[in-house]
Design a protein around this ligand. Structure first.
Ligand code: ADP
Ligand code: MG
Length: 286
């Protein structure tokens, strides 16, 4: 069974004027069909307003379909009886870590989720420990979250979700407010959860370099899935990515330009190392 499945999902926001009169509808998600297998690492890319957050909120039953169906671990999100079960299985991490951390001490904050689930105290502490270790924040367990860097705070938020033992974590632009170092820390933690803990990951981002390690990538535009494929397939379509208003990494752009000039480079170069290796090969005449 799929971990996440959407079938012809449509979501419309109702637009209202200042007096609350209905002005019209915005179709934020438009007939999206998505299948995510257990243990997969999926990335969703797209410029602002393309519908990423609206789609993400359906996986956590924050929003319900206007049309179509969303299944999380086989459970229909529109059935109220499944609400808490769905939220426990599919955890959500948002952009701003400051809005997600409520505890005065890191370990306390991470314990809130399992505490609300009625988990016995001894097990809560076990979960807090393992979750903080999984994101590399165990040594900060007694610290005040306020003093942490953005990347550290975001890893504490991820630990808080992890402590609820989800099967899947949806991260909606978790690195958007972080510096490059913080971004790397968070992406590394997310990859470890996928590879070590086998947690299904849905990573929403507009940083193309963060999708390199995903199994599959979906690019959204105007509420629809405009492109789908492996990172390499996605990166090899530079012209299309530009049309979809995405920032293609410098190294991929450069490789694409060199290729157009006649250099025998493969499509979809993703890293500097790859380009350097290919150039070595060409210069050596192989
Ligand atoms: P993204 O996360 O890719 O930036 P969103 O899902 O936030 O995209 O938004 C998709 C579309 O829905 C946009 O046109 C946006 O303006 C609209 N939208 C988002 N939230 C609301 C809302 N609460 N009310 C009305 N329209 C909204
Ligand atoms: Mg968004």
């Amino acid at each position: 069974m799929e971990m996440i499945k959407t079938k012809d999902l449509v979501y419309e926001y109702i637009r209202r004027d200042e007096e609350g009169n209905v002005e019209g509808l915005t179709t934020a998600v438009d007939r999206v069909n998505l299948d995510v297998a257990p243990g997969e690492f999926i990335a969703i890319l797209g410029h602002n307003g393309s519908g990423k957050s609206t789609l993400a909120k359906h996986i956590n039953a924050i929003l319900y379909p206007t049309e179509g169906v969303v299944l999380v671990d086989g459970m229909d999100t529109s059935q109220e009886a499944y609400l808490w079960e769905i939220r426990q299985r599919a955890g959500m991490v948002f952009q701003n870590p400051d809005n997600q951390i409520i505890g005065q001490v890191v370990e306390e904050d991470v314990g809130f989720g399992p505490e609300n689930m009625g988990i016995p105290t001894k097990e809560i502490w076990e979960r807090v420990e393992e979750s903080l270790k999984a994101v590399g924040m165990y040594e900060y367990r007694k610290h005040s979250p306020n003093k942490l860097s953005g990347g550290q705070k975001q890893r504490v938020s991820i630990a808080g979700v992890l402590a609820m033992h989800p099967k899947c974590i949806v991260l909606d632009e978790p690195t958007a407010m972080l510096d490059p170092k913080g971004r790397k820390e968070v992406i590394r933690a997310v990859r470890a959860l996928n590879q070590v803990e086998e947690i299904t990951i849905v990573l929403i981002t507009h940083y193309m370099e963060e999708i390199v390690h995903a199994d599959r990538v979906f690019v959204m535009d105007q509420g629809r899935i405009a492109m789908a494929g492996t990172p390499r397939e996605i990166f090899s379509r530079v012209e299309r990515l530009k049309e979809l208003r995405l920032d293609v990494p410098q190294v991929t752009l450069l490789s694409h330009e060199l290729q157009k000039k006649g250099l025998a480079l493969p499509d979809g170069i993703l890293t500097q190392k790859e380009l350097a290796d290919e150039l070595d090969r060409i210069l050596a005449g192989n």
